[in-house]
Design a protein around this ligand. Structure first.
Ligand code: FPP
Length: 235
């Protein structure tokens, strides 16, 4: 049987801190290595024909971490893109973001805007990075936007799943086929709650900094063994 490649993979990149601790390194070293893993996995997803890779880089709850760690996570996109934007662009990867970026330092916002602009014409993988993202917040913003349209119209507008999805930050992307969480935790942590309605979920014990092409291929193998019925019956 033909091996199916998920159109949209979402990853909760967990375990940076534990990985660093196990190596006797500071937590920030885990995040730095985790950023390198983003490059590896984006390039592999692009090579095998994944359409969208959405990565949870910073949640609306991550502001609660110690200030020095928050500062480092805010700085990391700059370090990452300075190092890798040229390569990602050469590989035809398009960088996009979801989340409320306004809370990040202006310098970080600028780097992000530049990465999006430089790669905007690319037609390969969409590397979609979620920062200052929370799914419940996204759903509230969507409901507010719908309500604003209703007020403008002066009457209720039609609403169904497809129309509601068009108000979400992911409106341009297909639903998630496969969601992976690294490092052994069994939670969704407010990531893409609407979009994973029919996704296959895989929880791997591998920490994000150690997650590599082989680990990704194993997840895709497992995905291929799942029987996706979307509420129907097996064929
Ligand atoms: C979870 O590990 C990871 C994060 C909260 C941050 C993820 C960020 C990156 C991988 C880099 C982002 C880079 C760019 C370019 C946007 P944890 O710290 O919660 O790990 P732990 O559970 O072991 O403590």
């Amino acid at each position: 049987m033909e091996r199916k490649i998920p159109k949209h993979i979402a990853i909760i990149m967990d375990g940076n801190g534990r990985w660093a601790k196990a190596q006797g390194l500071p937590r920030t070293a885990g995040h730095k290595r985790g950023a390198d893993t983003i490059r590896t996995i984006a390039i592999e997803c692009n090579r095998i024909g994944v359409e969208v890779l959405t990565l949870y880089a910073f949640s609306t709850e991550n502001w609660k971490r110690p200030q020095d760690e928050v500062d480092y996570l805010c700085k990391l996109p700059k370090l990452f893109f300075q190092r890798y934007i040229r390569e990602l662009n050469e590989k035809n990867i398009r960088v996009c973001f979801i989340g409320e970026l306004q809370r990040f330092p202006l310098e970080t916002q600028k780097v992000i805007e530049d990465a999006v602009a430089i790669t905007s014409k690319n037609t390969g993988l969409i590397l979609n990075i979620a920062i200052n993202y929370g799914s419940q917040r996204e759903i509230i913003l969507a409901a507010q936007a719908y309500a604003a349209d209703v007020l403008k119209e002066g009457a209720l507008l039609p609403l169904n799943e497809e129309i509601f999805a068009s108000y979400l930050m992911t409106s341009a992307y297909p639903p998630v086929d496969l969601m992976i969480r690294t490092s052994g935790e069994l939670r969704i942590s407010n990531f893409l709650l609407w979009q994973i309605a029919y996704a296959e979920l895989i929880f791997t014990p591998v920490a994000w900094p150690a997650f590599d092409e082989k680990a990704l291929q194993e997840c895709i193998d497992e995905y291929n063994h799942r029987d996706r019925r979307f509420g129907g019956l097996s064929k």
